[in-house]
Design a protein around this ligand. Structure first.
Ligand SMILES: Cc1cc2nc3c(=O)[nH]c(=O)nc-3n(C[C@H](O)[C@H](O)[C@H](O)COP(=O)(O)OP(=O)(O)OC[C@H]3O[C@@H](n4cnc5c(N)ncnc54)[C@H](O)[C@@H]3O)c2cc1C
Ligand code: FES
Length: 253
């Protein structure tokens, strides 16, 4: 785990109040796995903000962070531009289990839950299907980035872009049509529950990335606790350290 101030190499406004930062952080990049996150120090705030790794580029030594301007901390970060520095702690947490290349994987992302799935699209490419859900056209982000790597279906609740409806029918159609080895999902809790239920119905392994509120971010305060159950044994797990990625079948919603 590294903690330092790193230079921002690119800023991009993705629309819908979401922005992208590329950061030159070679040590973090070298150690990072898909599904892990960094904690960002925000000037004027004591608690760091957890943000997933949306891109890991070992050649350039860069990570990419895609951030929704949702509150005071992420709004302060939205003023950063190329050439500014950003205070990062990471990589943190336990990321996605990674089957060997060639495994057929499905990615299911909802809204600002889509960023941590992009490194998986880049890794699995032609053996990967992405299903991305948003409220409407104005909220769509990263669809072009996913489509560069893999077969991508976009769903919107109001039908203003892509397929009308939630991600569930698209996921069910995929599970019926193909042999999928593992499903990875990140997004709002109702979407994660639906993904978990469908995967259990079709006996397909699924891993979910949870975005609980956090405090310390390094396993010390239990401020991010979730309940899991495995083999009939219930355990409190910390999203920041034991997760954010958990086996779907183990999560007690
Ligand atoms: C593992 C993980 C990965 C995440 N990845 C991303 C990402 O890639 N892109 C993105 O836009 N957002 C992501 N989030 C959510 C992001 O951390 C929050 O939106 C952000 O911390 C809100 O901070 P704020 O100061 O703007 O809002 P405020 O509501 O003012 O935050 C106040 C406090 O609550 C915490 N907090 C508020 N909302 C959340 C939340 N949903 N999750 C965790 N802590 C929260 C903040 O860290 C802060 O301590 C992730 C959260 C987790 C746990
Ligand atoms: S946020 Fe402190 S233990 Fe997870």
């Amino acid at each position: 785990m590294f903690c330092d101030s790193y230079p921002i190499t690119a800023y991009e406004d993705l629309g819908a109040g979401v922005y992208s930062l590329r950061v030159k952080a070679p040590q973090i990049t070298a150690a990072a796995q898909p599904g892990q996150f960094v904690e960002i120090g925000v000037p004027g705030f004591s608690l760091r903000r957890p943000i997933s790794l949306c891109g890991i580029d070992p050649e350039k030594g860069e990570i990419r962070l895609v951030i929704a301007d949702r509150g005071a901390g992420t709004h302060t970060l939205s003023t950063l531009r190329e050439g500014d520095s950003i205070d990062l702690l990471g990589p943190l947490g336990t990321g996605f289990a990674l089957p060997e290349p060639g495994a057929h994987v499905a990615l299911v992302g909802g809204g600002i839950g889509t960023p941590p799935l992009l490194p998986l699209a880049e890794r699995y490419r032609e053996t990967c299907n992405a299903i991305l859900g948003y409220r409407g056209r104005d909220q769509v982000i990263l669809d072009v980035d996913f489509a560069r790597f893999c077969d991508t279906v976009v769903c919107t609740d109001d039908g203003t872009y892509g397929v009308k409806g939630t991600v569930s029918p698209a996921l069910e159609a995929l599970l019926q049509a193909c042999r999928i080895d593992i499903v990875y999902a990140c997004g709002p809790a109702p979407m994660l529950r639906a993904v978990r239920d469908l995967c259990m119905q079709y006996s397909v392994r699924a891993q979910l990335s949870l975005e609980e509120r956090m405090a310390c971010g390094v396993g010390a305060c239990v401020g991010c606790a979730v309940m899991t159950e495995h083999g009939g044994v219930r355990r409190v797990r910390r999203v920041c350290k034991d997760g954010p990625v958990f086996e779907a079948a183990d999560i007690v919603f």
